[in-house]
Design a protein around this ligand. Structure first.
Ligand SMILES: Nc1ncnc2c1ncn2[C@@H]1O[C@H](COP(=O)(O)OP(=O)(O)O)[C@@H](O)[C@H]1O
Ligand SMILES: [Mg+2]
Length: 381
C-alpha cells in the first residue's frame, strides 16, 4: 500500500502544455478517479505517476519519497490499460505469472500466487486457456491479474473498461469495486465515463484542459459543482442552463422579465450575467398560463426510456430537458415547469465560477398531531 503526493506538476510536450499545474493527494488505500473529456491530460498525469513520462515541473512523491528520477520498475505501480494486450501464445496462467517468471520467482511459488489471484478474479477454471478463447471481460480480468501478481502498492487504471460492451462494463466495474474492498490497494482510475467515476470513486477529480476543476466525494461534486464546466460534465441528460441577468433588486431575470426564483437574492451588481442551472430531474411539469415561479416549456419531443420520460423542448428561448418518472400524469397544455430554488445552481457567465445566493433562513415552526407534516412545518422567511 502506498500514498501519492502530486505537487504543482506540469507536463509540456514541446511547447504544448498537457498538464498545467496539478496538486493532488491520494491517501493510502484510497480509490481516486480522474474524470474528464478526451485530451484533458488524464493519461499524461497517470503516466507521470507510473514514471512512463518525465514531469516538466513539480514533484511526485510515493510514500513520502520523491520519485521524479526513479525508474518505473521501482515505483511499486502496476498499470492496467484500455488495450490490455495479453500475450496471445501464452495461457492465462502464463500471462498472469509472466512478471514473476521474469524476476526469477520459483515455479512452485509462481503457481501458488497465480492460483490465488485467479481465484480472486474468478479465473480458476480458465487458467489453461489462451486469450483467443476468452470473452472481453475475461481478458480484462486476466489483465487485472497481471497487474496484481506482484502485489503492487498502487494500481493505475487508464480507461480499462472502455473497450467492453455496456453490460460487461457494469460487471467489471462492480468487480473492480469488490477487489478494491478486498485488497485496499491505493488506486488511481482514469475515465471519461461519469457513471464509472461516480460509482467507483472515494475521491473524484474532474479535470479540464490540463487542470483540476474540482476534487471531492462524488456526491459533493455532483451536488455542488464549483464551475459551469463540472455542472455541465456530470449528469445525464446534462444540467439545463438558462442565461439570466441580475436586476436592481438582486433578483435573476430570465428572458428579460421573468423572475422564476424570487426568493433567490444575489449580492451582485445589477447587470451581472449569470447562468442559472438545474438538473432535468429537478424540474416538475406544470400547466400554463404562466404564474410567478413558473417557466413556459414548449415540448418538442418526448423520449420514453422505460424507467423515465425525457421531455426535450425550449423554455425562454433555451433548449432544456426535463426528466420525470413514467407514472407522471401529463398536465394539460400549454406546458410549464417549476423548479425549486434549492435545486438551482448559479455560475458567473464571465468565468463560469459558482456563486451562491444570499442565504435563505428557514424557520421551523412547531406543529403537532395530525398537522405534523414536515413540508408544512417549513416556512421560508
Ligand atoms: N506523446 C505526446 N506528444 C505530444 N502531445 C501529446 C502526447 N501525448 C499526449 N499529448 C497531448 O496532450 C494532451 C493530453 O493528452 P492525454 O493525457 O492523452 O489526454 P486524455 O488521456 O485525457 O485523453 C492532448 O492534447 C494530447 O494531444
Ligand atoms: Mg487517455
Amino acid at each position: 500500500m502506498a500514498s501519492i503526493e502530486i505537487r504543482s506538476v506540469r507536463k509540456l510536450y514541446g511547447k504544448t502544455p498537457a498538464v498545467r499545474g496539478v496538486d493532488l493527494s491520494v491517501e493510502d488505500g484510497e480509490f481516486v478517479v480522474v474524470l474528464g473529456p478526451s485530451g484533458c491530460g488524464k493519461s499524461t498525469l497517470l503516466r507521470m505517476i507510473a514514471g512512463l513520462e518525465d514531469v516538466s515541473a513539480g514533484e511526485i512523491a510515493i510514500d513520502g519519497r520523491i520519485v521524479n528520477d526513479v525508474e518505473p520498475a521501482h515505483r511499486g505501480c502496476a498499470m492496467v490499460f484500455q488495450n490490455y494486450a495479453l500475450y496471445p501464445h501464452m495461457t492465462v496462467a502464463q500471462n498472469i505469472g509472466y512478471a514473476l517468471k521474469v524476476s526469477g520467482v520459483s515455479r512452485q511459488q509462481r503457481e501458488q500466487r497465480v492460483e490465488r489471484i485467479a481465484a480472486t478474479l474468478g479465473l480458476e477454471n480458465l487458467l489453461a486457456r489462451k486469450p483467443s478463447e476468452l470473452s472481453g471481460g475475461q481478458r480484462q480480468r486476466v489483465a487485472m491479474g497481471r497487474a496484481m501478481v506482484r502485489s503492487p502498492g498502487i494500481f493505475l487504471f487508464d480507461e480499462p473498461l472502455s473497450n467492453l460492451d455496456a453490460k460487461l462494463r457494469i460487471q467489471m466495474r462492480i468487480e473492480i469495486k469488490r477487489l478494491h474492498r478486498e485488497l485496499r490497494t491505493t488506486s488511481v482510475f482514469v475515465t471519461h465515463d461519469q457513471v464509472e467515476a461516480m460509482t467507483l470513486a472515494d475521491k473524484l477529480i474532474v479535470m479540464n484542459d490540463g487542470l483540476i476543476e474540482q476534487a471531492g466525494s462524488p456526491s459533493q461534486v455532483f451536488r455542488q459543482p464549483q464551475s459551469r464546466f463540472v455542472a455541465n460534465f456530470l449528469g445525464s441528460p446534462p444540467m439545463n442552463f438558462l442565461p439570466a441577468i441580475v436586476d436592481g433588486n438582486g433578483r435573476a431575470r430570465v428572458a428579460g422579465d421573468l423572475v422564476p426564483w424570487s426568493r433567490l437574492v444575489w449580492d451582485l451588481p445589477a447587470g451581472t450575467k449569470l447562468d442559472l442551472a438545474f438538473r432535468p430531474a429537478a424540474a416538475q411539469l406544470a400547466s400554463g398560463p404562466i404564474q410567478p415561479g413558473m417557466l413556459p416549456f414548449a415540448v418538442e419531443m418526448v423520449e420514453d426510456l422505460g424507467s423515465e420520460f425525457h421531455f426535450h423542448g425550449t423554455t425562454a428561448g433555451t433548449s432544456i430537458a426535463v426528466a420525470t418518472p413514467v407514472t407522471t400524469e401529463l398536465p394539460p397544455e400549454p406546458f410549464a415547469i417549476t423548479v425549486p430554488g434549492e435545486a438551482v445552481h448559479a455560475f458567473l457567465a464571465s468565468d463560469g465560477s459558482r456563486v451562491e445566493p444570499r442565504p435563505i433562513s428557514i424557520k421551523v415552526t412547531e406543529t403537532s398531531g395530525a398537522d405534523a407534516c414536515p413540508e408544512k412545518s417549513l416556512s421560508f422567511i
